[in-house]
Write a protein that binds this ligand. Structure first.
Ligand code: ZN
Length: 279
C-alpha cells in the first residue's frame, strides 16, 4: 500500500509535468472511484480545469486547480498513476481513468483492487475535509516536534503501532514505515502509546523522519503493485530493517526478527532491541 514516501515520489514526478497544464479530456470508467458521485459527472467537471500545483497531504495526492477546486486522489491499496514520458499508454485491464492534458500526453490511473478514491472539492473545502478525517500533521514538516507528538499520544491506550497507523498523530505513515520507525526508535509495537516516556517520544520522532526520508530517497518500496509514474519500481524494500523479515537477523543485534499483530496488521520487530517491558 502506498504510504507517504511512495505518494511523495509520485507527486514529485508529476508536479513539473502537470503544473500549468489543462485537463482537456477526462474519462473515468470505474463506478467506484468517485462514489457517491457518478463518474461521468466528475469527469465532466474536471474537463477544462487548469492544474496550478500538485501537492501531497498524508497519503493523499492533491491536485490544485486555478478555479480554487481540488481533486484529492487516495491510492489506498493498489492505486497507481502513470504518465509515460514518451509514447502512448499500453493496454491495461486495470486502468480506471485517463486524463488527457493540453500537451497531448495522457495521465492514467490504474487500480487492481479498486479501493482508491477520487474526490472533487469545491473552493474552501480542503481543510474541513482533512479535519473531518482527523488527519494529523505532516511528519516531515517543522511542526512535527517532540512536543506535538507527545501531545498527540498522551493518554492513548492503543498500541503505539496502531496509533501511528490511524493518521491522527502524524499523516502518511502506514504498515511499512511504522514498523521501520519503531525498530529505529527501539520501541515495542504493542507498547501503549500513552506510556512512552519523553526520551522514547524524541527517539520516535527522529525515527519516523529517518524512515520516511529513507523511503523518499529510495523512491518508495515496491512489494507488488507500486510503480512511479514512469513505471519504475522503488528500492526501499532492499533497505527494510524489520518489515517482512521474520526469522532473519536484526541488523543491530542479530536476534531473529519476530512477527506479531498490531492495529490489525502484520507487525515485525526485534524482540531484543524492542522490549515490551523496558526494564
Ligand atoms: Zn535487535
Amino acid at each position: 500500500m502506498p504510504e507517504l514516501p511512495e505518494v511523495e515520489t509520485i507527486r514529485s514526478r508529476l508536479a513539473p509535468r502537470l503544473e500549468g497544464r489543462t485537463m482537456e479530456r477526462v474519462e473515468i470508467v470505474d463506478t467506484r472511484l468517485t462514489r457517491p458521485e457518478p463518474p461521468e459527472a466528475i469527469a465532466a467537471e474536471l474537463e477544462g480545469e487548469r492544474i496550478t500545483a500538485v501537492r501531497r497531504r498524508g497519503k493523499y495526492l492533491v491536485f490544485e486547480f486555478e478555479s480554487g477546486r481540488h481533486l484529492l486522489v487516495h491510492l489506498r491499496m493498489t492505486g497507481n498513476v502513470e504518465h509515460p514520458a514518451q509514447g502512448g499508454l499500453a493496454a491495461d485491464p486495470y486502468r480506471r481513468a485517463v486524463v488527457t492534458l493540453d500537451d497531448g500526453s495522457d495521465v492514467a490511473y490504474r487500480d487492481v483492487r479498486r479501493f482508491g478514491t477520487w474526490a472533487l472539492l469545491e473552493p474552501g473545502e480542503l481543510e474541513n475535509y482533512f479535519a473531518a478525517r482527523r488527519l494529523g500533521g505532516e511528519p516531515l514538516e517543522r511542526g512535527f516536534t517532540t512536543r506535538a507528538l507527545s501531545h498527540a499520544l498522551a493518554g492513548r491506550r492503543a498500541p503505539i503501532k496502531a496509533a501511528l497507523l490511524d493518521q491522527r498523530a502524524a499523516a502518511g505513515i502506514g504498515n511499512i514505515y511504522a514498523d521501520e520507525a519503531l525498530w529505529r526508535a527501539r520501541i515495542h509495537p504493542l507498547r501503549p502509546a500513552g506510556s512512552l516516556g519523553p526520551d522514547e517520544i524524541a527517539r520516535l520522532r527522529k525515527a519516523i523522519r529517518a524512515a520516511l526520508e529513507m523511503g523518499i530517497a529510495r523512491q518508495g518500496a515496491t512489494l507488488r503493485d507500486y510503480r512511479d509514474p514512469d513505471g519504475r519500481r522503488g528500492t526501499m524494500q532492499d533497505e527494510f530493517k524489520v518489515y517482512g523479515r521474520q526469522d532473519e537477523p536484526c541488523p543491530r543485534c542479530g536476534t531473529p526478527i519476530a512477527k506479531t499483530r498490531a492495529g490489525g496488521r502484520g507487525t515485525w520487530y526485534c524482540p531484543q532491541c524492542q522490549q515490551l517491558d523496558p526494564g
